[in-house]
Design a protein around this ligand. Structure first.
Ligand code: ADP
Length: 455
């Protein structure tokens, strides 16, 4: 069911219920008023008749009957009956019709003094009248032709009004629901033309006032973010394939060299060493790309546990010096930890070691002396690492970009690297809810500060 049909259906249901309720109230109230008025009329008739008969000496029963039957205002089926205390009929305004009454009704009137009831289609009123200590019961009944025909007309008018009202509500509800939903239909049409290949399209934001305009604005901002994300992904893929090609080309050249002619054992060994070196570079690059391409929570088995940050630093130092024995890394404590608990952080050991390794590698790589100084500081809430070098440094402009994937400062192009190490560091720090900052001066050196929450 479309929203348009649902809205017009609900609207019709509400209006129809209100119309029916009002019609019932109007009809019910009119019917009650009619009956009350008619009873009042019958009571007046009953009182007048009994007063004429008893109090006006000049009028006897036959005269009264003639008067009753010839009154202009006589009602249809009108009957007035008067009974004495022994239920003997002492007066009847009609004589050619059969007079129905229940004796129990007379007793009821004597008890209640006044009664309003119905007899078939006729309304009946009973009154107790005291004539010099003698209780007389007067019964007056008639058919309210005028009132009932008025009521029938009212009922017909209400029923037609109801059908007309409901019909109009359906038509108007359908029309206005369609009109109100038109902007959504427009948005639908525009959204259908947007594809992953062309995310530059934007929806019409109208006059930016109502909820639908707001929806268009929000969809546009989602499209904006999607377009940026697609753009980043495209550039990531193109950078990644470019960076992968370099070591692969080197590998191919080495292999071609080995195949071109028969080499001596020593030359083969050199080729194999070179192949090993390039393969390691490829493995390192693909590992970094993997860490950048997916949320860290989804990469491998990234369990978080309580780990000692200083031990991670020492193990990264050992790993680096093992690969590059000519590097120098000096590790110091700001204040040595009193207990091992002081250096505990909650995190993933593999990721944290990778981060420290990247920072130490950069510090040694980008300085002529290949030296790095690490300081471990702890306070009540955080564990902090500072990695300092006296290398080439960076300008403020370069510092603003170094955490972007594949960015390499001009001064770094003479050094080996892919431009992904610091992006990985940033992701690892984010994953551990920490921060990473840099301070650097070109030609003076750099200082990286990593702060992690303590376990
Ligand atoms: P890579 O070192 O492989 O180029 P990174 O992502 O680790 O990639 O670093 C990005 C860039 O940041 C480097 O290319 C370099 O320009 C700059 N950089 C990082 N660390 C240092 C440092 N210690 N001294 C000077 N520049 C650095």
């Amino acid at each position: 069911m479309t929203i348009r049909n649902r809205i017009s259906g609900q609207f019709t249901l509400i209006v129809a219920s209100i119309l029916i309720l009002f019609s019932l109230i109007i009809y019910g109230t009119s019917a009650r008023y009619r009956q009350a008025e008619f009873y009042e009329r019958l009571k007046r008739k009953a009182r007048t008749t009994v007063r004429y008969l008893i109090e006006v000496k000049e009028i006897d029963r036959d005269l009264l009957k003639i008067i009753d039957q010839n009154t202009l205002a006589a009602l249809i089926n009108e009957k007035v009956l008067i009974f004495d205390e022994r239920n003997q009929l002492i007066y009847a305004s009609v004589d050619d019709q059969v007079i129905h009454y229940r004796p129990s009704l007379l007793d009821q009137i004597r008890q209640q003094e006044q009664i309003e009831t119905t007899d078939g289609e006729n309304e009946v009123v009973g009154l107790l009248y005291q004539e010099r200590g003698r209780p007389l019961v007067v019964l007056a009944s008639a058919y309210d032709q005028f009132g009932k025909s008025e009521l029938r007309n009212l009922r017909r008018t209400l029923i037609w009004g109801l059908f007309g009202g409901i019909g109009m509500t359906v038509a108007l509800g359908f029309f206005f629901a369609g009109k109100s939903l038109q902007p959504i239909a427009d948005i639908n049409r525009q959204v259908q033309t947007i594809t992953a290949r062309d995310l530059r399209q934007r929806l019409d934001e109208g006059r930016r006032r109502d909820e639908i305009d707001q929806l268009a604005i929000n969809i546009n901002s989602v499209l904006e973010r999607l377009e940026q994300a697609f753009e980043q992904q495209r550039s990531f893929v193109s950078h990644a394939s470019h960076e992968l090609r370099t070591p692969l080309t080197a590998l191919k050249t080495e292999i071609q060299l080995g195949l071109r002619r028969r080499l001596s054992a020593g030359e083969y060994e050199t080729v194999l060493h070179n192949l090993m070196f390039d393969t390691n570079r490829l493995i390192a690059l693909s590992n970094s790309l993997l860490l950048l391409a997916r949320p860290l929570e989804n990469v491998g088995h990234m369990r978080s546990e309580v780990v000692r940050l200083d031990e991670i630093v020492f193990s990264a130092q050992a790993e680096l010096l093992n690969a590059y024995p000519h590097y120098r890394v000096q590790v110091d404590y700001d204040t040595p930890p009193e207990t091992e608990i002081d250096a505990y952080v909650k995190g993933n050991e593999t990721l944290l070691r990778r981060m420290v390794l990247n920072l130490l590698d950069n510090a040694c790589k980008y300085s002529v002396a290949h030296c790095a100084w690490v300081r471990i500081c702890m306070d009540g809430k955080t564990c902090c690492l500072t990695i300092r070098d006296e290398g080439i440094g960076m300008t403020a402009d370069e510092q603003a970009h170094i955490f972007e994937p594949f960015y390499r400062a001009d001064g770094a192009l003479n050094f080996d690297g892919f431009g992904v190490g610091l992006s990985v560091c940033q992701r690892v720090v984010d994953f551990h809810q920490g921060t990473i900052a840099v301070a650097s001066e070109p030609g003076q050196g750099s200082l990286f500060i990593v702060t992690l929450p303590r376990a």
